[in-house]
Ligand binder design. Structure first.
Ligand SMILES: *Cc1c(COP(=O)(O)O)cnc(C)c1O
Length: 359
């Protein structure tokens, strides 16, 4: 059987079935139904916030953030993320300005942000890559100093705690993805959280067409999610802790066995961090060895992914003149290797052996 970089977690079928029974009973399929309300309230409790909205996906969350903050002009962002971080900026007719990333965690380098600030800058949009926190203090300071909001793409960060608080609670706005491949998922889904209650109300309106009953307030979009997706969330949530624990055991085994005389692992320098073990990225010495490792794994039916590739500032449709040497170098040498709760020890040892023998 093929081994991919990840394998979506499915709860025991009976646990999902119990919610399906409720849906057949209520005949309420979407539009803020009882199961979705339950999921929102559970997640608000878990995240310890009132300003939380469950959405259709993590990309629409980014687009809504830019729309609701009424951002124009330039947004300073990271070249090292999934394409949705940049395309959401372009989709909202803003211009991405790329500052390079830090070597140790591959997150937006806070020391390079201010160089990119102009009189057109309207926000900072950074990603907590692999669930490792950005330098939230320094970025907040820059945001305050220039009176621009900070948005975090926290798609990888569900289950991460920094200084005892969910990483999703940092920033003026933070978005998350609950896509099937993420640590916590609702098949398709996402969320948005913000500091301000007023902004949360505006986002809630934008989420469902800009109207409440017969009162039409503004242009909106359909960014809602359904009872079926919320049900998956409620069925997956009770397993979050044990899934993260299983990911942790696997990650620590990789830490122990892979050849770190040659490899480098992106890591956070925060000391009060509770990590979610969302991914296991390795950075190799050069592009050639990286291709060799991919080929050796593929030959054994094992498929790592180049998270992230390419550097977003180099995409043709982005048309950027920003140069980001760290990001542009790392994308040719980075691999996320298989990590998911039921990856067997036997398969993991095979993966380690292939990688170490190819180096
Ligand atoms: C998954 C992901 C997204 C997109 O989320 P969807 O729910 O698939 O739309 C955005 N940013 C990052 C960093 C992601 O990993």
């Amino acid at each position: 059987m093929s081994i991919f970089v990840t394998k979506s977690f499915l709860p025991p079928k009976e646990e999902y079935q119990q919610f399906l029974n409720q849906i057949w009973e209520s005949h309420w399929l979407t539009n803020n139904g009882p199961i979705l309300q339950k999921l929102e309230s559970e997640l608000k409790k878990y995240l310890q916030t009132d300003n939380f909205l469950f959405l259709g996906n993590g990309t629409i969350a980014l687009q809504l953030a830019i729309k609701a903050l009424d951002l124009k002009g330039e947004i300073i962002t990271t070249p090292y993320s999934y394409c949705a971080t940049t395309t959401s900026i372009l989709w909202e007719n803003c211009v991405p300005r790329f500052a390079d990333i830090s070597q140790h965690d591959l997150n937006l380098n806070p020391d390079l942000i201010e160089d990119k600030i102009t009189n057109k800058t309207s926000a900072i949009l950074a990603t907590h890559v692999y669930g490792n926190p950005c330098n939230v203090e320094q970025i907040e300071e820059i945001g305050n100093k220039h009176s621009i909001p900070v948005i975090y793409d926290a798609a990888h960060a569900f289950g991460v705690k920094l200084n005892g608080k969910s990483l999703l609670t940092y920033g003026d706005v933070s978005t998350c993805s609950f896509h099937a491949t993420k640590v916590f998922h609702t098949i398709e889904g996402g969320s948005i959280m913000c500091k301000s209650k007023e902004l949360n109300d505006k986002l809630s309106l934008l989420r469902s067409f800009g109207h409440v009953n017969d009162n039409y307030y503004s242009v909106g979009i359909n960014a809602k999610n359904s009872e079926f997706h919320a049900a998956m969330g409620l069925a997956v949530l009770p397993h979050l802790k044990s899934n993260i624990q299983k990911r942790r055991i696997l990650s620590e085994r990789y830490d122990e066995l892979l050849n770190f005389d040659v490899l480098f692992k992106p890591h956070s320098k925060e000391n009060d961090l509770e990590y979610n073990y969302a991914y296991y990225p390795i950075v190799l010495p050069d592009g050639e060895i990286t291709i060799k490792v991919i080929e050796a794994l593929n030959k054994e039916d094992i498929f790592p992914r180049r998270y992230f590739y390419p550097s977003l500032n180099t995409l043709d449709y982005v048309n950027s003149t920003d140069s980001c040497p760290v990001s542009e170098s790392v994308v040719n040498r980075v691999l996320s290797i298989p990590l998911y709760p039921d990856l067997s020890e036997e398969d993991q040892l095979r993966i380690v052996k292939i990688i170490n023998e190819t180096l």
